[in-house]
Write a protein that binds this ligand. Structure first.
Ligand code: 1CP
Length: 348
């Protein structure tokens, strides 16, 4: 199928496709028994991300099961720090653990030039998935992704997940030169990492800024909007038509300014965002994506139907991609995802 006929790419490029295309954040993962099988066979999570045949297989699992309109590359936002040489491990049940980065020597030690080579298996996964989609699922578009510099810096500085990433935010105030250097390193490596994904066959890109909403407005402009705008500008210079989705989670009323100033084509709404507010905050040609609560997908039944239909009603007539407001939870019953697909396919 011609790229311009894929429903997801049409919607991301500003067309009001109806029923809207859909995919789900973390659609590959531990709620699927077929994922758990491959995950066990791989041993470690990094091993899974860097073994192209396995990563391609888990990327395709939700496409086979549900016929989603988007396949998101199976990898993680922390593969960029890993490729920069920061020690990383995914301990079972603990989440990611990095060696905390706290000073200039540590920032200077990051190996920007090594990213392309170390991530070569990830780009090979992109090639394998794209070939499989072209052959077997020609309506499904391949989404590449990376974390945005601020969110990735949160994990690099803190060393692990956190509710408030206080160490990182303090560093940004106390030593903006140091934090700025880290952010610039991430802008450069993330741009390069995303360009390589496009060259390997990614048809759209998403930038995850999960912790953007922790920042007050001035800091949000400096560490979220500006670095994201720089990345988008560089990508568009080389690939003017690649659709880019931004996810400034919990940005609230700053969503309009974020969208306008970064130049993303589509903005992903988190669970707290009122879709009707978002529709007034961004231009009518900007796509919106989201934002079903992952918890109502666990509940299923009438509650799921009601919430999904409310989002569809609010988004009818504008460019829209149905998705969750955050990643799918691992206790989600797979049949509830099937129920959601049936609802969205009727267009509400
Ligand atoms: O053992 C396992 O199976 C590990 C669980 C897991 C999975 C399935 C992790 C560890 N990452 C992933 C895959 C992943 N992560 C994808 C794949 C594609 C898909 O969506 O199906 C994507 C897009 C991500 C993105 C990601 N990783 C984000 C941004 C989105 C979000 O959820 O806010 C973040 C913050 C991460 C970091 C990360 N990686 C893994 C975990 C458990 C976390 C969160 C850590 C924390 O804050 O505590």
């Amino acid at each position: 199928m011609d790229a311009l006929e894929k429903p997801l790419l049409r919607a991301l490029s500003g067309e009001a496709v109806w029923p809207p295309p859909m995919w789900l954040m973390r659609q590959a993962g531990r709620y699927l028994p077929e994922y758990r099988e491959v995950r066990a066979e791989a041993g470690g999570f990094i091993k899974l991300c860097t073994t192209p045949e396995m990563a391609a297989e888990v990327t395709l699992q939700p496409i086979r099961r549900y016929g989603m309109d988007g396949a998101i590359l199976f990898s993680d936002i922390l593969m960029v720090p890993w490729a920069l040489g920061q020690p990383l491990r995914f301990a079972e049940g603990e989440g990611p653990q990095l060696e905390p980065l706290r000073d200039l020597a540590a920032v200077n030690a990051l190996e920007v030039g090594a990213v392309r080579e170390r991530c070569a298996p990830i780009f090979e996964t992109v090639r394998l998935v794209r070939a499989a989609l072209d052959a077997q699922h020609p309506r499904t578009a391949l989404i590449g992704f990376a974390g945005s510099p601020f969110t990735v810096a949160c994990y690099m500085v803190e060393g692990h997940g956190s509710r408030d990433f206080a160490t990182t935010r303090q560093m940004a105030y106390a030593d903006p030169a140091l934090f700025g250097k880290l952010i610039r390193t991430l802008v450069e490596s993330t741009t390069d990492y995303l360009l390589a994904q496009v060259e390997a066959g990614a048809e759209a890109l998403m930038l995850f800024d999960s912790w953007a909403g922790l920042l007050p407005p001035a800091q949000f402009r400096r560490w979220v909007i500006e670095p994201t705008a720089t990345i988008v500008r560089s990508l568009k210079r080389l690939h003017p038509s690649i659709p880019i989705i931004g996810f400034p989670r919990l940005a609230g009323p700053l969503i309009g300014e974020y969208t306008l100033r970064t130049g993303v084509n589509t903005v992903a709404m988190d669970t707290s965002m009122d879709p009707r507010f978002a529709a007034t905050a961004v231009a009518p040609t900007v796509g919106l994506q989201g934002n079903l609560d992952p918890l109502v997908l666990i509940a299923g039944g009438a509650a799921l139907e009601l919430e999904a239909r409310q989002i569809l009603a609010a988004m009818r007539g504008r460019p829209f991609v149905f998705n969750l407001g955050h990643g799918i939870e691992k206790v989600t019953p797979p049949e509830h995802v099937a129920q959601l697909v049936r609802i969205v396919r009727t267009g509400g």
